[in-house]
Design a protein around this ligand. Structure first.
Ligand code: 4AD
Ligand code: MG
Length: 461
């Protein structure tokens, strides 16, 4: 018999004589003559209730079925008299597929702490919360691709192994095939020559530089891939491996960039609200009661666009005591970012035109010679969700900026070529996918929105 998934069974509009479902037992309860199983197969948040007459010839199997076991059930799908569910299955045949030892299976309680579940990341998707989260993650990723496709952007696969450092922040993971222990600093030069690529190689921190090259040929491209940063910051918002969405547009300026970012976030938010209702409701009920109200603001309100200088003034004249004081030229901390969007404006805020001293070499120098065409999008709960800019398209200024940053222009000859041949204004940004998921679910730790988190001193799985 062909299997029906629980989501389809629950959405039937009339009773079915015989149906087969397969899944994992969430709970089993034995009453006098009947046993009740709550079955979940991951297709949706809801379980389907199975009722089993103990006088059937399945008693032996039934004894071995307990929380966590994998089972197959055949029976009639009938209207349920119980509250909160339309359908239930009256089992005619049950089969134990995979047992789960009750003394060892760790997911016995109704609720477990996030910290505990992190230690069993291979099992946590079997809980309501993490099942919901990873369905939302999947649906959000789907929307990224469909959004850009609708807008005429081409998907670009940028390299994972690179020979450059896009952000110039030196937070690189080295890639090497040399035996461990032979990479002492003073021997680095010679050793790299003997390495796989004959030069130093790293895991990418961003696909931007390569995306720029393709935007200056295909006009509009985006990447959506893993990025790696060896930042030794153990915060709830940083992971060493995270996924980033990076669109890049030719013939575009900072206003076009902000327009695209705002439209993308609104579309992704609305898509999740419309397509993940049950899953999202769980977060609104159990994780953060203000979540749905905030998501409506993100989906509907116009975002603030605020020059960095003005943002500094607002922070300085606020009565709030910050741990890190603010002045022109300081980078904002999460406390400042959250103050602006959560307390002051109460909606998402773009801060733009940052001092050049705190931003990477590729951002376009403004006429004031001291700021660059940068933009960060700050959102409630998370702070910085997006970082982007208009790119420096003028060859001589870019060469100067590369030198200023202490980088070698020879390494970036291909990047400079784009400014030599048919250079054009262009702009793009990077959206941290996990930060988006934190915003949309209210989950406050990045470790809980990525299937297998990588953070300092943590590499399980
Ligand atoms: O602001 P960032 O560093 O910008 C770039 O990498 C640009 N090259 C992007 C571009 O213009 N194409 O990173 C972009 C976003 C941040 O706003 C944040 O959401 C996320 O990536 N991000 C991280 N997310 C999780 N863990 C980390 N360690 C992150 N670092 C950045
Ligand atoms: Mg940034």
């Amino acid at each position: 018999m062909k299997r029906t998934r629980v989501i389809e069974a629950l959405n039937k509009d009339k009773k079915v004589e015989r149906i087969m479902v397969k899944g994992w037992v969430r709970t089993k309860r034995d009453a006098k003559e009947f046993s009740f199983i709550e079955l979940n197969d991951g297709s949706c948040l809801k379980n389907i209730q199975i009722i089993i007459d103990q006088n059937q010839d399945c008693r032996e199997d039934l004894k071995l079925i307990s929380t966590g076991a994998a089972v197959s059930i055949e029976g009639a799908l009938v209207q349920s008299p119980g509250k909160g569910q339309k359908w239930e299955i009256h089992a005619a045949r049950i089969e134990l597929i995979g047992e789960a030892d009750q003394n060892a299976y760790p997911l016995q309680k109704k609720r477990h702490s996030d910290e505990f579940l992190r230690t069993i990341a291979h099992l946590r998707p079997r809980t309501n919360k993490y099942g919901a989260l990873f369905r939302i993650r999947s649906e959000s990723a789907f929307k990224v691709h469909s959004y850009f496709r609708e807008k005429g952007f081409f998907n670009l696969h940028t390299p994972i192994i690179t020979g450059s450092d896009c952000e110039g922040a030196g937070e690189l993971f080295r890639v090497t095939t040399l035996p461990a222990g032979k990479t002492k600093q003073n021997e680095k030069q010679n050793i790299s020559e003997n390495d796989f690529f004959g030069k130093e190689a790293n895991l990418t921190v961003s696909g931007q530089l390569e995306a720029e090259l393709f935007a200056c040929a295909l006009d509009r491209v985006y990447t959506f891939g893993p990025t790696f940063r060896a930042e030794n910051s153990n915060t709830p918002r940083h992971a060493a491996e995270f996924w980033m969405i990076e669109p890049e547009m030719a013939f575009a300026d900072l206003t076009d960039n902000m327009d695209l970012a705002e439209d993308l976030i609104k579309n992704m938010t609305i898509h999740v609200m419309e397509n993940c209702k049950d899953d999202l409701e769980l977060f609104g009920k159990f994780v953060d009661k203000k979540l749905m109200r905030d998501l409506e603001i993100i989906a509907e309100k116009e975002y603030v666009r605020l020059p960095y200088q003005k943002a500094v003034e607002i922070l300085q004249s606020s009565n709030k005591k910050f741990e890190f004081p603010v002045a022109f030229g300081t980078d904002f901390q999460t406390e400042h970012e959250r103050f602006l969007c959560e307390n002051h404006f109460k909606k998402p805020v773009f801060v733009f035109d940052y001092p050049k001293s705190i931003k990477p070499f590729y951002m376009r120098l403004n006429d004031d010679n001291s700021t660059v065409g940068a933009m960060d999008l700050l959102v409630p709960r998370v702070g910085e969700l997006i970082g982007g800019s208009r790119r420096e398209e003028r060859l001589n200024i870019l060469e100067h900026r590369i030198k200023e940053a202490g980088m070698k222009k020879e390494t970036y000859w291909w990047y400079l070529d784009i400014r030599r041949f048919g250079s054009t204004p262009h702009a793009g940004f990077g959206l941290g996918f996990e930060r988006f998921l934190m915003m949309i679910t209210g989950v406050s730790n990045i470790r809980d929105v990525i299937p297998f988190p990588r953070t300092p001193r943590h590499l399980e799985f």
